[in-house]
Design a protein around this ligand. Structure first.
Ligand SMILES: Nc1ncnc2c1ncn2[C@@H]1O[C@H](COP(=O)(O)OP(=O)(O)OP(=O)(O)O)[C@@H](O)[C@H]1O
Ligand SMILES: [Mg+2]
Length: 395
């Protein structure tokens, strides 16, 4: 048998697409309450043609996007049964960052060939109005990752869309022609909205809390059935992944990715089942990539302080800031860096701690007053020393 045939053989995956980020599962365990709130909020759209605006917020991987998708699909079905036309469009504000670009995606829902230049915002809004009339439907615009717009103070599109209905008041009550909004954001950036948009949203804020381990367990169990062959993922594995997911911000995306990585490892090892060590190594790998990107973003001074911490911690689990500061001074000499004073040194320590690269905790009051104890978080000291040395030499 040739090498290719030999390794193309069996796989634990039945359908790997079920693990991809845009897969829409049949059910959404533990998101009933959010779905119910969405239905309650949008009822008047179908029953009376009155537009609604809703704000979904929560941490990364808490199911905001997938819940909005499931809601829109099902709501469209429901509206159809009630004899009411309903269309929806998803626009990602990370990919489309300007008023014009967002509006273009919206208009293209009805006219996929709509040219990307040559029309003003007012003309595009008019086109949208005519299309809603033409297709006799109500419209839900979902602005995903809207925090990007808000943090750049680009709320004019939100304002325009919330005003859209006021400018076409005659359509309200007709049963079609109104535009509703679902805004999705990682943080509660409600405060960043202008007063007018805020007042239209204030009654419909829906929170997505980080998933707990047992909730992730239910989500993953469903997903395992879709993506893996029966018997390849033991329940202990689902438990382990759920616990790790819960510890990592209750992020379902991270948990699903771990499962996928562990499955790939099983295939690579020629194993018919997923094993705990595959999960652990997938976790270590995921975290070290995160930490490496964090390292690359540090300036020389912070790298020098982190190197000092790592040297102090090469052979022990914790050290104190006094010791780190002494080593920091010699690191500066070694790499020809300017030595910064005590206050600045403290700022570096606290920003490294905020980034999650070190743990800095005040110890109990001792003979010499209280002191701060430093420990390393994700990357072992030896690896950090090597990596930082490389980075500092490059700078
Ligand atoms: N309750 C759930 N049931 C099934 N799958 C879920 C559930 N919640 C999240 N997921 C899955 O977890 C992954 C992340 O969910 P989603 O993309 O909706 O998160 P998000 O809150 O939009 O995150 P971000 O803020 O990063 O955009 C997706 O693969 C999604 O299908
Ligand atoms: Mg999302």
């Amino acid at each position: 048998m040739g090498t290719i045939e030999k390794y193309m053989g069996s796989s634990v995956f039945r359908d790997r697409k079920a693990l991809s980020f845009d897969y829409i599962p049949k059910r959404l365990p533990h998101r009933d309450e959010q779905l119910k709130k969405l239905v309650m909020a949008f009822r008047p759209v179908v029953s009376e043609g009155i537009p609604q605006n809703v704000f979904l917020y929560g941490n990364v991987g808490t199911g905001k996007t997938v819940t909005a998708k499931v809601f829109c699909n099902e709501f469209q079905e429901y509206a159809k049964k009630e004899g009411c036309g309903l269309e929806f469009v998803f626009v990602n504000c990370r990919k489309n960052t300007t008023y014009q670009a967002i509006l273009l995606q919206i208009v293209r829902h009805f006219q996929p060939q709509y040219p990307d230049r040559g029309f003003s915002v007012a003309e595009m809004l008019n086109t949208l109005k005519r299309d809603l009339e033409k297709y006799k439907c109500n419209f839900i615009v979902v602005l995903d990752e809207v925090n990007i717009l808000l943090s750049r103070n680009k709320t004019d599109i939100i304002y325009a869309l919330t005003r859209f209905n006021e400018d076409s008041k005659d359509s309200i009550g007709k049963g079609f022609g109104c535009v509703s909004l679902i805004l999705i954001s990682q943080k509660s950036v409600y405060e960043m909205l202008d007063a007018a948009s805020r007042s239209t949203l204030k009654h419909h804020m829906i929170e997505f809390k980080p998933y707990k381990a047992h909730e992730l367990y239910d989500i993953l169990s469903d997903r395992v059935k879709d993506a893996f062959f029966p018997g390849t993922v033991p329940s202990e594995i689902i438990e382990l992944v759920s616990e790790i997911g819960a510890e990592n911000n209750g992020d379902a995306r991270f948990a699903i990715e771990l499962l996928e990585q562990a499955g790939m490892q099983a295939d690579f090892e020629g194993s018919e089942v997923l094993r705990p060590e595959y999960v652990r190594s997938a976790k270590a790998e995921a975290q070290s990539t995160v930490s490496e990107t964090k390292l690359e973003e540090l300036d020389e001074q912070k790298l020098a302080v982190l190197l000092a911490c790592s040297r102090a911690l090469k052979t022990k689990t914790s050290t104190i800031t006094g010791e780190v500061e002494k080593i920091y001074q010699s690191v500066c000499e070694e790499y020809n860096l300017e030595k910064r004073g005590h206050t600045q040194f403290w700022k570096y320590i606290s920003s490294l701690s905020n980034l999650g690269l070190i743990d800095a905790k005040k110890s109990a009051e001792g003979v010499h007053g209280s002191t701060t104890v430093i420990e390393l978080r994700e990357i072992p000291a030896v690896e950090l020393i090597k990596k930082i040395d490389e980075l500092l030499r490059k700078k």
